[in-house]
Write a protein that binds this ligand. Structure first.
Ligand code: ASP
Length: 446
């Protein structure tokens, strides 16, 4: 029987009621044997996450100040969950030990990790599962880089004879024995590592949305949920800002060929989104659209360069790119014509050096015309099926033309997995809505 590793995010464990839902989900499938919890998150929009309160404690402790106010608020949150669930457990000795450690050696990583540690203890007691401290199995080197092979070996050895366990997310320890956390949202990474180590059949990541959406719901009203997406497609969309999962959570499961299922704790019967390997067989997939998702990002600038006979001037591109390199700039796209070249890059990175960059390009290649255009948004239309579908780009252009949106740039990746277009920032929301209509709504009506 294959096992499932299930990770629950902070909002899924924010209060006693959420704990009950989580326990119901776990108990409804006996394959859900290893559980990775986050720290209690927000219960309502103005609420404060336990992790943030812990960082506050570390900050106060670090400057020798009294941290009892945030610390008492933390205790109240956990004690509230314990009493509402009617549990016969106490975290008092843990609270005492944490406070003493913070006074003696205030460390951000140690403080922040205690949110998951305490929640793991509580959830293990509530489920009747064994508690396995992540500090025993998730191992970092002295520079804070994860040691994946050592970690996998440690997880396997520790879980070998344990049928059901709760392993807190977000932290581990360095080879020197210090507690170390991943970056924010890092419980996703812990879940992925555990799934890899135990060769899970699936890694379920439970959160407060029913999966990835085809487009941003702040732009498109009630967008569809993506049923399945490949790791590569996900990377394209995530780069453009569509985020549900920590970036580093992909690698451990991807390399082991384990799918990730994004699920909603508040709507457990929703199937969520399946993230699958790039060579997955999709032949049985229902209602598949040509595209998988649309995402956009503002804040780009384009350096437009024109020079007669540019294409016959050897080394032209190299000289221009060397200027970017010398100024520590990377670029996103570089479409070119016979006498023109335009380079799109992040405005925030260009800003501090823009005059220098212009002067150096002028000196190096003596262009006929040189300008920087700001206020560009990039929009990615992503989908594995575009490769075998004719007319995709034509449809994107038709959608833009009908909306009278000027397309400033277009770039199709060689993998034909995505088409990137550049538009004015103020046109971005409408561009996304039109593309959604063209590919999702109209395909539904056919
Ligand atoms: N609790 C940590 C955070 O708020 C880690 C996590 O939730 O994954 O970032």
């Amino acid at each position: 029987m294959g096992n499932k590793v299930v990770k629950f995010g902070g909002s899924s464990l924010a209060d006693a009621n959420q704990f009950r839902k989580v326990a119901d989900i776990i108990k409804s499938d006996e394959k859900r044997v290893y559980v990775v919890p986050s720290a209690p998150g927000k219960r309502f929009s103005d609420d404060i996450k336990i992790t943030d309160m812990l960082y506050k404690c570390a900050e106060l402790a670090g400057s020798g100040m009294d941290f009892s106010e945030p610390f008492n608020a933390i205790k109240d949150r956990y004690n509230g969950i314990i009493s509402e669930l009617g549990m016969d457990v106490s975290l008092d000795s843990e609270f005492e030990a944490i406070a003493a450690e913070l006074k003696a050696r205030p460390s951000n990583d140690f403080a922040a990790s205690r949110g998951e540690f305490l929640n793991g203890k509580l959830l293990a007691a509530y489920l009747g599962y064994e508690f396995v401290d992540a500090a025993d199995v998730i191992i970092f080197d002295t520079n804070g880089m994860l040691l994946l092979d050592d970690t996998v070996a440690a997880v396997r050895a520790r879980l070998k004879d344990i049928k059901n366990a709760v392993i807190p997310g977000f932290y581990g320890r360095t080879t020197e024995g210090y507690v170390k956390t991943f970056s924010r949202g890092g419980s996703d990474v812990t879940g992925s590592i555990i799934a890899n180590a135990v060769k899970a059949e699936i890694y379920e990541n439970w959160t407060d949305v029913s999966g990835f959406l085809v487009a941003d719901p702040r732009i498109v009203e009630n967008p569809d949920v993506i049923e399945s997406i490949t790791y590569r497609e996900l990377r394209e969309l995530a780069y453009m800002g569509a985020s549900v999962l920590h970036e580093d959570a992909i690698f451990p499961v991807r390399s082991a060929g384990i799918p990730i299922n994004i699920r909603n704790t508040n709507r457990p019967s929703d199937p969520g989104t399946m993230i699958v390997s790039d060579d997955h067989d999709f032949s049985n997939e229902s209602h598949a659209h040509t595209i998988t998702g649309i995402a956009g990002r503002k804040g780009f600038s384009t350096i437009n360069i024109e020079k007669a006979m540019m294409n016959s001037e050897t080394g032209f591109g190299m000289k221009v790119l060397k200027v970017l390199y010398d100024n520590g700039l990377s670029f996103e796209h570089m479409p070119s014509g016979i006498d023109t070249m335009s380079i799109t890059l992040d405005s925030a990175k260009l800003d501090p050096v823009r005059d220098k960059v212009l002067a150096q390009i002028r000196k190096e290649v003596n262009p006929g015309h040189l300008e920087i255009e700001d206020g560009i948004a990039l929009l990615a239309v992503v989908g594995r099926r575009m490769k075998n579908t004719r007319g995709t780009v034509a449809r994107i252009f038709a959608a833009m033309a009908h909306a009278r949106i000027n397309v400033k740039m277009i770039d199709q990746g060689s993998s034909e997995l995505n088409v990137i277009i550049g538009v004015s920032e103020h046109d971005l929301p409408e561009a996304i809505r039109r593309i959604y209509d063209m590919f999702i709504n109209s395909e539904k009506n056919n």
